[in-house]
Design a protein around this ligand. Structure first.
Ligand SMILES: NC(=O)c1ccc[n+]([C@@H]2O[C@H](COP(=O)([O-])OP(=O)(O)OC[C@H]3O[C@@H](n4cnc5c(N)ncnc54)[C@H](OP(=O)(O)O)[C@@H]3O)[C@@H](O)[C@H]2O)c1
Length: 287
């Protein structure tokens, strides 16, 4: 059984599937995407993380949400058990011919994209909708007020924020109150600067969702940061990725992880991390 936790009002798996690699540049195709999502769900995963902006630059928008919808529609299991989270506030672009990410946190854009997300996911109201990333051109408060309006209009049931600082979490809590249920920030052995927000979420009763929990799908700049995890993995005869995820989950019962995968094998391995118990000595060693 994949480790379970409470994310706002939802009982769900603490390990979710990060959908991004399935529909970004270098993805392995639509069928492989469906197969990977089905494999995750078949193994008990009940949380999928996607975004309005998970598509190839220049390609059709919202491909990730379309993929999730088709995968759920063709899955024979209990659809109602699956928590689908998506995000608004980002879009894809090009800079000097290279694919890039741009932000648009204007209230009207967030509200429009939220409605488009609900439509592509085929739901009346989105389970959990994140504001993807602060837009420096728009006061944070205005973007969060738009998220409150989205909630008010019934387009989303719960709100999350992503890439948020301590100050921004405080501001969002002030506007959204208990409808703010989750903070999704980068966190992994190669990215620990968000530790303050992870700790704050524990006190504030918010879920903390680690994005790129394995350091991202590109090769890390400093691979040696994973060496202690490789040593512990050897002792347990598991992949070091399982040790990384188990170490993150051990940071608190409010912590969730959404590892990405291009193929069934990797997500199936990641989902086993919930069965791995690290000793206090091992956790102390890993930091
Ligand atoms: N909120 C945000 O701003 C934001 C930003 C970035 C990402 N995200 C979310 O976070 C999710 C995860 O991030 P990510 O995809 O960038 O990186 P990640 O989860 O840190 O790493 C994904 C990579 O790790 C590999 N992998 C996963 N499990 C493995 C295992 N058990 N053994 C060996 N290799 C394994 C995958 O390999 P294969 O490719 O071989 O399958 C993939 O290349 C995304 O999908 C997205 O949903 C959110």
């Amino acid at each position: 059984m994949v480790a379970q936790g409470n994310l706002g009002p939802y009982g769900t798996t603490r390990i979710g599937l990060g959908e991004m690699p399935l529909t970004l540049e270098n993805n392995l195709g639509w069928e492989q995407g469906i197969e990977t999502i089905h494999a995750a769900l078949g193994a008990g995963c009940r949380q999928i993380d996607t975004a309005w902006s998970y598509y190839c630059s220049g390609g059709p928008e919202q491909t990730g949400e379309k993929l999730v919808r088709e995968a759920l529609a063709t899955w024979k299991g209990p659809r109602e058990e699956v928590l689908v989270a998506t995000k608004v506030g980002h879009f894809r672009n090009f800079t000097d011919g290279k694919p890039t990410w741009d932000v648009d946190g204007r209230p009207e854009a967030l509200i429009q994209h939220a409605k488009e997300s609900a439509r592509e996911l085929g739901v009346e109201a989105i389970d959990l909708l994140y504001f993807h990333r602060p837009d420096p051109k728009v006061p944070y408060q205005e973007s969060i007020e738009a998220m409150a309006e989205i909630l008010h209009q019934g387009v989303a049931k719960q709100i999350g924020i992503s890439n948020a600082s301590m100050e921004q979490i405080g501001l969002a809590r002030g506007i959204l109150g208990s409808s703010l249920v989750a903070v999704q920030n980068q966190y992994s052995p190669i990215y620990l600067s968000t530790q303050d927000t992870l700790d704050y979420c524990a006190q504030a009763g918010l879920a903390f969702v680690c994005w790129s929990p394995l350091g991202g799908y590109r090769k890390a700049k400093d691979e040696t940061k994973f060496d202690p995890f490789r040593r512990v993995a050897q002792a347990h005869a598991v992949s070091y990725q399982q040790v990384v995820l188990a170490w993150e989950l051990a940071k608190g019962s409010h912590v969730f992880v959404i590892p990405g995968a291009h193929r069934p094998q990797t997500i199936l391995d990641s989902l086993k991390a919930g069965d791995l118990t690290l000793s206090p000595e091992e956790l102390a060693q890993l930091g």
